[in-house]
Design a protein around this ligand. Structure first.
Ligand SMILES: CCCCCCCC/C=C\CCCCCCCC(=O)SCCNC(=O)CCNC(=O)[C@H](O)C(C)(C)COP(=O)(O)OP(=O)(O)OC[C@H]1O[C@@H](n2cnc3c(N)ncnc32)[C@H](O)[C@@H]1OP(=O)(O)O
Length: 197
C-alpha cells in the first residue's frame, strides 16, 4: 500500500504570519490549563507535554511515554500519540497565531513503534491559512530531535469565537484557563527583565 498522501495544504493558502506578540524563539511555553490531558500538571496520567518556540514558524514539543500510555504491552497507544500531536499542533497554533482555534481534522501516520520510556521530540510548523482555516503539520522524532521519525501528523484548525468555549464548555474552567494564560505571560515578562534589564 502506498504511503503517498494528498497534497498539503489541500487548498490554496496564504502564509501563516505569527501574531506580533507571539513569544519569541527560545521561549518555553507554559501549561495552558492545569487540567489539560495534553500538558496539565494536575492530569496525573496525562502526557505532560512541554513546548518551546523554535526559529521560524516552528514549535518544539517533548513528551515521554509512560506505562499509563500503553496500548500493546510496552508500546504507546496510537490514539494517545494522536493526542500528543493534537496538543503540540494546537499549542503551535494558539501560541504563534494567538487566535482561539479548535481541531477540525487530524491525520496521523504511524511509522515506527514508540516504546514506553522513549521520548518523542515533536517539531510542529505552521503551513498556511485560508480564512478561518489554519493548516499545521508535525514530525515526531524518537529519542532525539534528529532521531528517526516515528509519527507524523497534519491538522486543520478552525478559528472560533471565544464564546465557543463558554457555550459548549465549562465557563468556570475557562476562567482558570484565562488566569493561567495571564500567569504565563507575567512569568515570561519577568524572565525577559532578567535577561534584558
Ligand atoms: C488571544 C488568544 C491567546 C491564545 C493564547 C493561547 C495559549 C495556548 C493555546 C492553546 C493550546 C491549546 C492546545 C489544545 C490542543 C487540543 C485542541 C483540541 O483538541 S480542540 C477539541 C476537538 N475539536 C472540537 O471539539 C471541534 C468540534 N467541531 C466544531 O466545533 C465545529 O465543527 C467547528 C468549529 C470546527 C467548525 O464549525 P463552524 O460551524 O464554526 O464552521 P464550518 O463552516 O463548519 O467550518 C469552517 C471551515 O472549515 C472547514 N472544515 C471544518 N471542519 C472540517 C474538516 N473536518 N475537514 C475539512 N474541512 C473542515 C469547513 O468546510 C469550512 O470551510 P470553508 O470556510 O467553507 O472553506
Amino acid at each position: 500500500m502506498s504511503r503517498v498522501s494528498q497534497p498539503w495544504p489541500p487548498v490554496a493558502v496564504e502564509p501563516a504570519v505569527p501574531h506580533p506578540k507571539a513569544p519569541v524563539a527560545g521561549t518555553e511555553l507554559g501549561v495552558h490549563f492545569n487540567e489539560c490531558f495534553g500538558c496539565g500538571d494536575e492530569a496525573d496520567a496525562g502526557l505532560h507535554l512541554r513546548s518551546t518556540v523554535g526559529e521560524g514558524q516552528v514549535v518544539h514539543s517533548r513528551f515521554t511515554v509512560t506505562a499509563a500510555h500503553q496500548g500493546a504491552p510496552g508500546l504507546a497507544h496510537g490514539g494517545l500519540l494522536a493526542c500528543a500531536f493534537d496538543e503540540a499542533l494546537g499549542s503551535a497554533v494558539g501560541n504563534l497565531m494567538r487566535r482561539p482555534a479548535v481541531t477540525g481534522k487530524l491525520e496521523t501516520d504511524f511509522r515506527r513503534p514508540v516504546p514506553v520510556g522513549s521520548t518523542l521530540f515533536i517539531e510542529t510548523r505552521l503551513d498556511g491559512v485560508a480564512g478561518r482555516k489554519i493548516y499545521v503539520s508535525a514530525d515526531g522524532h524518537l529519542d532525539a530531535a534528529d532521531g528517526p521519525i516515528a509519527v507524523s501528523a497534519r491538522a486543520l484548525f478552525i478559528v472560533v469565537a471565544f464564546d465557543h468555549f463558554s457555550t459548549h464548555g465549562d465557563p468556570e474552567a475557562l476562567e482558570k484557563l484565562a488566569a493561567q494564560h495571564e500567569k504565563n505571560q507575567r512569568e515570561r515578562e519577568e524572565r525577559g527583565w532578567e535577561i534584558n534589564p
